[in-house]
Design a protein around this ligand. Sequence first.
Ligand SMILES: Nc1nc2c(ncn2[C@@H]2O[C@H](COP(=O)(O)OP(=O)(O)OP(=O)(O)O)[C@@H](O)[C@H]2O)c(=O)[nH]1
Length: 311
Amino acid sequence: MQPTKHNKPTHRRFLVVFAALLLVSCTLIWGIAHDTRQFDLLKEAHVPLRLALSGMVLLAALAATVLFLKRSFTHPVHDLVEYVRQQRNGNDAAPPKSLRERNDDIGLLTNEIQGLLDTLRKQNERLLEQTLNDPLTGLGNRRLLEQRLEIALPLSRRRMAPLSALMVDVDHFKDYNDHYGHPAGDECLVEIANVLRDTFRRETDIVVRLGGEEFLVVLLDVGLDEAMRLAEAMRSMLQAVGIPHEKSSAAPVVTVSIGVATALPGTPIDVESLIACADSALYQCKAKGRNCSVSSIVDKHMLESMQLSTT
Ligand SMILES: Nc1nc2c(ncn2[C@@H]2O[C@H](COP(=O)(O)OP(=O)(O)OP(=O)(O)O)[C@@H](O)[C@H]2O)c(=O)[nH]1
């Protein structure tokens, strides 16, 4: 944005010229009206000439006024409108210095608008964070998962890269809640989220809480073996934390079951199918007695048979 220059000396110059011209024209008009003899220069002049002269001075005063108003108010207001328009278009640059540093109402308005926009921006960021994050654990939520997979899945497919999803579910969590209380259950979920964060640290890893005591991890560019190794590492790390769980038949501490689904390179998988495949592997873990990981491979044939069974 190209700001026009509106500085104080310019204002003052305009004001002085304007006041001088106004004074001269008023004096001339007053002189004509009272036919005063004090103006030697105009004494002999005819009334029409005096009228024309004062008219010209008055016009000049008006022109100076218009110019002054344009330079002092119209242009800055235009700059201000342009600034607001650019903000609306996503440009978050600060307003021009010439506006911010004005000591008048336009400067005040500029700074107020800037403050308001900053506040709105911060509130928007907070709201966006709330809509994409799980408030209890601070992990992403299902919306974040969908948002990220919308880009990651087609990209992964085009690059012919594998992709793995881990469905992590806490074992006998109802019993944990019933025995230790809901607040302790919340703390337990936070602890599990921390272990997930510590295990899946790559920038491309997507770790979310799907709801309740279910978490989903999506690992891009990760094949079955690596996914299973990481699933086991996570399980061991949680057991090492050792959150007591007296009511679990799987272990004396809190444990998880992990269903791992790996999509082979080029598999046209979507979010729903990925979750369904990891979920069915998780179901097998539970059937096996919990506190374990089960893997499954997702390819075109498996997806087709899944679609057939749902139609
Ligand atoms: N503390 C707490 N509990 C939750 C939250 N969300 C869901 N739960 C509880 O998680 C429990 C899940 O129970 P189930 O689905 O029966 O699963 P489970 O007891 O872990 O049994 P398995 O998964 O078969 O081992 C329920 O008691 C829910 O009330 C939460 O945010 N905080």
